[in-house]
Design a protein around this ligand. Structure first.
Ligand code: ADP
Ligand code: MG
Length: 290
């Protein structure tokens, strides 16, 4: 493409709410063969709500929710926001938090009025026995809900389940990408069964789940293995390295500054139809059809 056609293309894209930060991204996007998506906040709204709290019989509902919410009040994770909102709605008083630690991609731990409280994925407390919860959790995860666990003084106290909503246009966008001859993938830190359920609802071809933030880059590299050109769409701080690693990094405009700064293409707002607009413009520009 000529510099002139690139200029026209980026201008046309801007009118459609797609900001190309470098002209060469137009060319790379035209050559993309796989579009990989982050799940939470990209394919979904990223605003989960607490739907279920499944208790071990030695524990009491409000006590567990208050302890867990106290720890989560120190975290910015969407799951934390959902849990704190549920405790607030129940009118629970939160205790004093000390020794807070956050292990990005697995969970959080702190003392609440002296009691040791951990909240997170199974891998955050993998020495505990989850078998009593397996059936209930399996069923909820198969519905696309996200289970996390609460341990209090090193005893498994509850499974806490949150549900996020798929964005209204996500499914149509995946279908349209397939119609344009592209493959789709999802890369998520979430539970495998949850991620697979959401991917199945959307018709996504390939899923990489339980991926730690630091390993999203490796996931991009593994998708690229057979010579595929990868576009990656994400919104979070966690997505910044993957956006930089992908051949074309596409940040959702409603996302974090870190994601936007690492991207080659920025979509205005949260609507994933911008991905289709970006592709359409890249293909048209390289055919010089303006
Ligand atoms: P993603 O944004 O793709 O879900 P993250 O790396 O942010 O990935 O989180 C992965 C998983 O780690 C979550 O699904 C959850 O199980 C656990 N986790 C991380 N932070 C928290 C937290 N503050 N509270 C509970 N669980 C958490
Ligand atoms: Mg996200």
């Amino acid at each position: 493409a000529t510099p002139m056609s690139i200029m026209v293309g980026t201008g046309r894209a801007a009118q459609l709410g797609v900001l190309f930060r470098k002209g060469e991204a137009l060319q790379q996007l035209r050559d993309a063969s796989i579009v990989a998506f982050d799940k939470t906040g990209t394919l979904t709204e990223g605003k989960p709500v607490l739907t279920d709290l499944i208790l071990d019989d030695e524990f009491e509902h409000d006590e567990v929710l208050a302890l867990v919410a106290a720890v989560e009040s120190r975290s910015e994770h969407p799951i934390a926001t959902a849990i704190v909102a549920a405790a607030e709605k129940a009118g629970l008083a939160l205790g004093t938090v000390t020794e807070f630690t956050s292990n990005s991609g697995t969970g959080v731990t702190a003392r609440v009025d002296g009691r040791l409280v951990s909240v997170g994925a199974e891998r955050h407390m993998s020495h505990l026995d989850f078998s009593d919860f397996a059936d209930a959790i399996g069923k909820l995860a198969a519905e696309g809900k996200t289970p996390v666990f609460a341990a209090i003084d090193d005893k498994l106290a509850a499974a806490i389940v949150v549900a996020d909503t798929i964005k209204p246009t996500s499914k149509a966008v995946i279908e349209a990408l397939h119609g344009m001859g592209l493959k789709t993938a999802m890369i998520s830190g979430d539970n495998r069964r949850t991620a697979e359920a959401i991917a199945a609802q959307l018709g996504i071809d390939e899923v990489r789940a339980e991926v730690l933030p630091a390993d999203k880059v490796e996931a991009i590299k593994s998708l690229r293995k057979n010579g595929s050109v990868i576009a990656y769409v994400g919104d979070g701080i966690n997505d910044a390295p993957a956006l930089a690693e992908a051949d074309v990094g596409i940040a959702v405009g409603s996302g974090t500054d870190a994601a936007i700064e690492s991207a080659d293409v920025v979509l205005l707002g949260g609507d994933l139809k911008g991905v289709l607009n970006a592709l359409t413009v890249s293909r048209a520009t390289l055919r010089n059809i303006w």
